[in-house]
Design a protein around this ligand. Structure first.
Ligand code: S3P
Length: 169
């Protein structure tokens, strides 16, 4: 059961389906979606790729923390699709825990993600060696996703509908 007064936050690697699952969940729960990458792009008037290329990843991570903290502070419970790297900073993981939000990790085999993920666009990290990058990201981040997750849902071989049902159950 998802408490009606808590945010629902989706975390997981790029390509794990956070945005799609968030959209379906928002319809089912009658909540709005807050997507941290979209918040950053709206605030800066630049794309995630432009920010990575011009200011570098550390600058992007600062914007990402602000987007997450502000989303968690929204009084109306939402479905928050948090970008894949949101668990990297200690302060973000602390903010997730402090907020009382319900955090769902969409867990995926990185080898499966390679076929699902669309490189380019807002994912400059995958421009080179997407398979190796996803595998390394999985190794680094797995314990961090686990640390913040109230619920772990495997997305491997599951449709969006099945993932949504698993979360709602
Ligand atoms: C990133 C994930 C991307 C985007 C940026 C960095 C990451 O978002 O924020 O390319 O480090 O995992 P999605 O997880 O929504 O693809």
């Amino acid at each position: 059961m998802i408490p009606a007064d808590r945010h629902l936050v989706l975390v997981g690697l790029m390509g794990s389906g956070k945005s799609t699952v968030a959209r379906v969940l928002s319809e089912r729960l009658g909540r709005r979606v807050i997507d941290s990458d979209a918040v950053i792009e709206a605030r800066t008037g630049r794309t995630v790729r432009q920010i990575f290329e011009t200011d570098g990843e550390p600058a992007f991570r600062v914007l990402e923390t602000a987007a997450l903290v502000d989303a968690l502070a929204e009084p109306e419970p939402a479905v928050i699709a948090a970008a894949g790297g949101v668990v990297l900073r200690d302060e973000n993981r602390e903010a997730l825990k402090r907020s009382g939000a319900r955090v769902v990790w969409l867990a995926a085999d990185p080898a499966v993600l390679v076929d699902r993920v669309r490189a380019g666009g807002h994912r400059p990290a995958l421009d080179q060696d997407p398979a190796g990058t996803l595998r390394r990201m999985h190794e680094t981040r797995e314990p961090l996703y686990r640390e913040v997750a109230d619920l772990i849902v495997s997305v491997d071989g599951r449709s969006v509908g099945e993932v949504v049902e698993a979360i709602l159950r």
